[in-house]
Write a protein that binds this ligand. Sequence first.
Ligand SMILES: Cc1cc2nc3c(=O)[nH]c(=O)nc-3n(C[C@H](O)[C@H](O)[C@H](O)COP(=O)(O)OP(=O)(O)OC[C@H]3O[C@@H](n4cnc5c(N)ncnc54)[C@H](O)[C@@H]3O)c2cc1C
Length: 391
Amino acid sequence: MPQERYVIIGNSAAGLNAAEAIREIDGEGEITLISAEDTLAYSRVATPYFISGEIGDRTLFFKDAQFYRDLNITPLLGKRVTAVEPAQNRVVLNDGTGIPYTKLLIGTGSTHQIPPIQGVDRVEFFPHWTLEEARRIKEKAAAVREVVVLGGGFISMLTINAMHKCNREIRFTVVELMDQVMPRLLDRQAAQMLEEQMRQQGIEVRTGAEAVELAELPGGRKRVTLKDGSLLEADMIVMATGVRPNIDFLQGSGIAVQRGVLVDQQMRTSVENIFAAGDCAECADFLHRERTVVHAIWPTAVEQGKVAGANMAGKRLEYPGSLSMNVLDAFGMTFTSIGLFQEEAGVEMLSFTDPERRIYRKLALKDGRRIVGLIAAGGAEEVRYMGAVQS
Ligand SMILES: Cc1cc2nc3c(=O)[nH]c(=O)nc-3n(C[C@H](O)[C@H](O)[C@H](O)COP(=O)(O)OP(=O)(O)OC[C@H]3O[C@@H](n4cnc5c(N)ncnc54)[C@H](O)[C@@H]3O)c2cc1C
């Protein structure tokens, strides 16, 4: 059999797990791994702890140069893929180089979603997705007093919590469009507990609020105008208004995309020899098989990467579907969310609240017997309920 030429785009959870899975099966094929970022592989999940000062930057890196040598992988770091050409079986890099493949994995993750707020192109702001951005935030956080955070989702909470730990002097104002923080992971009651906890720590939380204009003021200050006319001034704007799959470079490739790259259970795209995994892939939802979803979480990227890699090397593994899950450990409380938590037909919600101990648990039961979702808010020990849904 002719030797395979595997090309993997992405040097993170999905890409690396795919590379390892390929090598377990195929010791001979060439593997080229391309990454737009020029660093060795690091954990995005750990960057908040780097900002807070709880870990140093060296702890973030989980693969060293030896890893690529041991697995006989050619890393092309600091190279961006600008096009995929399925008819020619090649990808094109930003310097014009064409890299041929017999099997391709797209593992390009997510990128920020920057809302079209007036003035956004003229104001300095700080997103938090890459290590470089985490470094920028860490440096700036040491010297600011007032920060406006646009967006009240998971990344926003992690970033505020980390900045709060490294500089207790900062006064934060969070501006969230929806009527609660973390709407994708928490129900109203859990979100209210989180908001209360934040307010107790001096963080102003404005829900149901929309930023309509950003402006630079003299002396490096920024101004955020809200739709209701109120004006917020700050030394720094953190932009945490969500992420979206990093797939713009696939335009014109013919690979089917919706929100992300559409894949089947084998993580195969609409093109036979091209696979996708991780935050950029859109696959069947574990709980609603008829729906496709993008769950931008690390364990999903790992599992999908493993399945994609094995299948690229000739196996026929199936990914059972993606499940939303996450844990927020911030502001002195722990919030666990997995699976369903909103009302829907056939799903019964059982909840338990202990206001004194600041505990809230909600269980979603399907057909009266199968646990399909959970929210648990309280101390760190509440995380233990996560296993009930996973099993
Ligand atoms: C601050 C933060 C905290 C998080 N916390 C959690 C958590 O607690 N739990 C959890 O489950 N998840 C968490 N996540 C999400 C998690 O990090 C992602 O789900 C995971 O990193 C996805 O892995 P991936 O391999 O799909 O993509 P990514 O990790 O985004 O990696 C994408 C790779 O593709 C490369 N790339 C992108 N575009 C191109 C291109 N055009 N050409 C070449 N290379 C390209 C990038 O350089 C990178 O190497 C967090 C994320 C952040 C930012």
